[in-house]
Design a protein around this ligand. Structure first.
Ligand SMILES: C[S@@+](CC[C@H](N)C(=O)[O-])C[C@H]1O[C@@H](n2cnc3c(N)ncnc32)[C@H](O)[C@@H]1O
Length: 294
């Protein structure tokens, strides 16, 4: 089960009312969507986007009792202009982005997202996409690998990890998450021995971001989303690492300087200790909320 992060905080921050038209740009397992639908159905509408078709199949059965009040779309949220226009939506009363990957994706070893669950190196959120983690790990130059691991993983030891990857793949292709993880452990395990973080975490994050072009989609999707909010409508974004949060914070700030958005959360909201205890994956979540001014 994917447990929705900061559910209460999100639902109250969205200021939902009956009949609202809401966009859930990352509907995933539908945990947030169900609570949204409870508050806006039967005459409100929820548009739910996810680039992972498998997620949409799960969510469809989760929210089927709200049949007629929602529309699910298999696409990247960077295409939300096209999606909302096709649905003849004129404006939105609330928008949610809950970034990253879901528990379903992490725990599905066929997707190769996780150090713990292993699997063939893939990491595509949208299985129709062309580039996989396998391609990046086995085909990119040492320089490109090192850049990706530095930029998207903020990994200090990026050059050494890239060098070890090149060395390993010159003997045989690196096929699985387990193999990649063990190469990274050999490269920098000793540097991480005094920390609780797995030495492969940052590199896995970096490769996943590169495979899915996550930061460019986020910037594009958020900018488009703001233009659909009607006056007084709210946008909530949950991010899970500093690169995402920096983009959200920066965009909210520039829209606030332009007089388009009012920032509701001066500091991001964080999950409570009780939530972290029951759902450890929530621990890095940060919720930022803004409201359209005019
Ligand atoms: C953390 S999960 C969302 C969980 C959901 N809020 C819930 O309560 O079940 C993030 C979801 O966003 C999707 N996703 C991530 N980036 C996306 C993008 N650029 N466009 C569309 N979907 C995206 C992922 O496939 C994943 O299913």
């Amino acid at each position: 089960m994917h447990q929705p992060v900061m559910l209460k905080e999100v639902v109250s921050s969205l200021n939902l009312k009956r009949d609202d038209i809401v966009l859930d740009a990352t509907i995933g397992g539908g945990g947030h969507a169900k609570e949204i639908l409870k508050r806006i159905a039967p005459n409100g509408r929820l548009i739910g986007i996810d680039q992972d078709e498998a997620a949409l199949k799960i969510v469809e059965s989760e929210i089927e009792s709200y049949h007629g009040s929602f529309k699910l779309v298999h696409d990247n949220f960077k295409n939300l202009d096209k999606i909302l226009s096709a649905e003849r939506i004129k404006y939105l009363d609330a928008i949610l982005f809950d970034l990253g990957i879901s528990t379903y994706q992490i725990e599905d070893s066929r997707r190769g997202f996780s150090i713990k669950y292993g699997g063939r190196l893939d990491m595509r959120m949208d299985p129709r996409a062309n580039i996989t983690a396998y391609d990046i790990v086995n085909r990119y130059s040492e320089r490109s690998l090192s850049d990706i691991i530095e930029r998207f993983g903020e990994e200090r030891f990026h050059s050494r990890i890239a060098r070890f990857i090149i060395g390993a793949r010159s003997k045989k292709p690196i096929e699985t998450s387990e193999e990649l993880s063990s190469i990274i452990h050999k490269a920098v395990g000793y540097r991480y021995r005094k920390t609780r973080i797995d030495p492969a975490t940052r590199t896995f994050q970096a490769i996943r971001i590169a495979v899915n072009d996550e930061l460019a989609s986020l910037e594009d999707g958020l900018k488009k989303a703001v233009s659909w909010l009607k006056a007084g409508a709210r946008i909530c974004v949950i991010s899970f690492h500093s690169l995402e949060d920096r983009i959200v914070k920066g965009l909210f700030k520039s829209y606030s300087n332009l007089g388009v958005l009012k920032i509701v959360t001066k500091k991001p909201l964080r999950p409570s200790p009780a939530e972290i205890a029951t759902n450890p994956r929530s621990r890095s979540g940060k919720l930022r909320v803004a409201e359209r001014i005019e």
